[in-house]
Design a protein around this ligand. Structure first.
Ligand code: GAR
Length: 200
């Protein structure tokens, strides 16, 4: 079976990244092979986890490039292509990507977001769901398109919002659902990419 070469982009803790690495390591049929973990923050804890799991981990510090987003992304893109990457999973990667980068990886880049999209794009998703009086929250994996958190949804999972919930409590309840959802959604994405490749 062909496994697509996978890069995971992170900015911090890296628990979703770890879930993807574990899924790939434990399932011989998993359709993606992690070849690179890349962080825009050199001190991201996830880099240490990746290294400990034997996956190449690099930091490209966005601050080095000042306000020049494309220069930062040019380096990211060159690094990804240098590793032969075929599919990208954004996992808590907290940089908004330019249309240039999005276009370059169109149909090959997915993201996990902690809300039931199209609700609560952007930040503070859990607090906003609580403030709205919602009874359920959740997470979504979607294709990355030009608009932030706007691409076509691949898969979603929901969790209940309980009386008296805080943002932290809801985030803690949602995270295990993310860890379960992301590997499954990545499988679906890989299937789509592989089918497209087969049909030219
Ligand atoms: C996750 O909850 C992820 O859904 C969220 O950041 C967290 C990263 O945690 N992503 C976003 O908010 C993107 N808009 P992790 O580093 O432990 O995976």
């Amino acid at each position: 079976m062909t496994r697509l070469k996978l890069a995971i982009l992170i900015s911090g803790r890296g628990s979703n990244m770890e879930a993807l690495l574990k899924a790939a390591a434990s399932d011989p049929e998993f359709p993606a092979e992690p070849v690179l973990v890349l962080s825009n923050k050199p001190d991201a804890h996830g880099l240490k986890i990746a290294e400990a799991m034997g996956v190449a981990a690099v930091a490209i510090d966005h601050r080095t490039f000042g306000k020049d987003r494309e220069a930062f992304e040019f380096h990211v893109d060159a690094t990804l292509r240098g590793s032969g990457v075929e599919v990208i999973a954004l996992a808590g990667f907290m940089r908004v990507l330019t249309p240039w980068f999005v276009k370059r990886w169109e149909g090959r880049m997915i993201n996990i977001h902690p809300s039931l999209l199209p609700k609560y794009k952007g930040l503070d998703t859990h607090q906003r769901a609580i403030d709205a009086g919602d009874t359920e929250a959740g997470c979504s994996v979607h294709w990355v398109s030009a608009g932030v958190d706007e691409g076509e949804i691949i898969a979603q999972a929901s969790v209940p919002i309980l009386p008296g919930d805080t943002s932290d409590a809801l985030a803690a309840r949602t995270l295990p659902a993310e860890h379960k959802l992301y590997p499954e959604a990545l499988k679906i994405a890989c299937k789509t990419i592989t089918e497209k490749l087969a049909h030219g």
